[in-house]
Design a protein around this ligand. Structure first.
Ligand SMILES: Cc1cc2nc3c(=O)[nH]c(=O)nc-3n(C[C@H](O)[C@H](O)[C@H](O)COP(=O)(O)OP(=O)(O)OC[C@H]3O[C@@H](n4cnc5c(N)ncnc54)[C@H](O)[C@@H]3O)c2cc1C
Length: 420
């Protein structure tokens, strides 16, 4: 079934998943792996088989991979496993009482369980010129494809936003020989998600590749000629030439149809530890789900990462299958820029100490975050062993001193045997 051939009669499914991204696909796959025999459909607004997003800002943008290489599964898999893909169709509203969703083409689809896996959309910039052609977001395959086409003739690129996606794109463009400037409104890169030592490391990494990093800089105006971008004017008045602009200033969770149906939403759809929303038989998973994490001291969080989406999908499948749901792994994330691999585990917000372990100058180090003397998170740059062993410390909330954490002759796993 696809958006090209609108369906005529209403259907109903035991599990209806809205959103054919990481979390939605994982839910369906885990249900089948767990032996679920009921009917499953995934409605997604992108008109293609589901694919992984991380390569879009890395290998795909560099021109080193095509989307066919990172689809989750082949068309045969979905058919063979009786998972119906309803592609190219947007769900516009949810009728909680009738247990139905309504699609943009007027189809009513019933459900016994609804899994809301709608992710988010790229936040846009509220400045004049933001709609010029040549101004891109980077959220999905269509965005990345348009961007990659425009790269062929591009000499100057301006990236607005020094978060992970902006920096990955900056690395890919620099590797393609484009002259890149990254504009960040905060006083350091990645300010929301990491500590100053990691921010400084990434500034140095990108500057060494020839990229200009402008910190504490706002954008006033995106300049165009014949509606196509030609430059970016900063709040300081400075004008940067640009053949293309990438706006990477965050994500807005896609919650509106659920919120309109009365489901409790704040920054995302609020869910409990089993990903249940406030409405009966409706779950929310992945980037759009807002949940209380034991790794944030019970505070609500909304995480944008593949491992989080995968875990949510597995949790919901277990709940629907009435299987024990004992996933307790700490959140983790990775980013790949040039030859540098960052792996993070745990949630660093609320830390009171950040211990540097190893040598940032040698491009191999970790930051261990402590709260009240216990390990709550790590950022590991090219330090696979610290990442693997640090997970245990985060899981257990291991007590450790700054001195022993900074000492690279002490393996982190040797601290994990300690009572938490
Ligand atoms: C360029 C890029 C690079 C990334 N790199 C990394 C990385 O290196 N490491 C990492 O851990 N994470 C990375 N991420 C984040 C990761 O991809 C996301 O956290 C993950 O995809 C979230 O999965 P999701 O299913 O919640 O949402 P998504 O994957 O966004 O899927 C949601 C789907 O729902 C669709 N949809 C939305 N509304 C509707 C509707 N009303 N009706 C029908 N369909 C709808 C959307 O179009 C989309 O297809 C990256 C993300 C991007 C964009």
């Amino acid at each position: 079934m696809s958006g090209d051939s609108p369906v005529e009669s209403a259907q109903s499914y035991d599990v209806l998943i809205v959103g054919a991204g990481q979390a939605g696909v994982q839910t369906a796959m885990s249900l089948r792996q767990g032996g679920f025999e009921g009917s499953i459909a995934i409605v997604g607004d992108e008109n293609e088989l589901p694919y992984q997003r991380p390569p879009l800002s890395k290998a795909y943008l560099r021109g080193d991979a095509e989307v066919g290489e990172f689809r989750f599964r082949s068309a045969e898999y979905w058919t063979k496993n009786s998972i119906e893909m309803i592609s190219g169709i947007t769900v516009e509203s949810v009728d909680v009482d009738a247990h139905e969703v309504l699609t943009e083409n007027g189809l009513r689809i019933g459900y016994s369980h609804l899994v809301w896996a709608a992710g988010g959309r790229a936040r846009t910039l509220a400045v004049p010129g933001a709609n010029h052609s040549g101004v891109f977001s980077l959220r999905n395959h269509a965005d990345a494809e348009r961007l990659r086409v425009s790269l062929v003739d591009a000499r100057y690129a301006v990236i607005i936003g020094g978060g992970y996606i902006g920096l990955e794109a900056a690395a890919a463009l620099a590797q393609r020989g484009v002259t890149v400037t990254v504009i960040e409104v905060q006083e350091r890169l990645l300010a929301r998600v990491t500590c100053p030592a990691v921010s400084d490391f990434y500034s140095d990494l990108h500057r060494a590749a020839g990229t200009t990093i402008l910190l504490s800089s706002g954008v006033e105006h995106i300049l165009g000629e014949n509606d196509h971008v030609v430059g970016v004017q900063l709040s300081s008045g400075e004008i940067l030439p640009a053949d293309l602009v990438i706006v990477g200033v965050g994500l807005i969770p896609n919650v509106e149809p659920l919120a309109a149906a009365g489901v409790v939403c704040s920054n995302g759809v609020e869910v409990d530890g089993e990903c249940r929303t406030s409405a009966p038989d409706i779950f929310a998973v992945g980037d759009c789900a807002n949940f209380k994490s034991s790794f944030s001291g019970g505070a609500r969080v909304r995480l944008e990462s593949v491992p989080n989406a995968v875990e949510h999908g597995k949790v919901v499948a277990s709940v629907i299958l009435s299987l024990p749901n004992d996933v307790k792994a700490p959140p983790w994330f990775w980013s790949h820029q040039f030859d540098t691999r960052l792996q993070t585990v745990g949630l660093q917000a609320g830390h009171d100490e950040a211990i540097v372990r190893g040598e940032p100058g040698a491009s191999k180090f970790s930051i261990v975050y402590l709260r009240s003397g216990r390990v709550i998170a790590l950022d590991c740059v090219n330090s696979i062993a610290d990442f693997a062993q640090g997970k245990l410390l985060v899981e257990q909330g291991t007590p450790a001193t700054p001195e022993e954490l900074a000492d690279t002759t002490i393996e982190l796993k040797s601290l994990a045997t300690r009572a938490a």
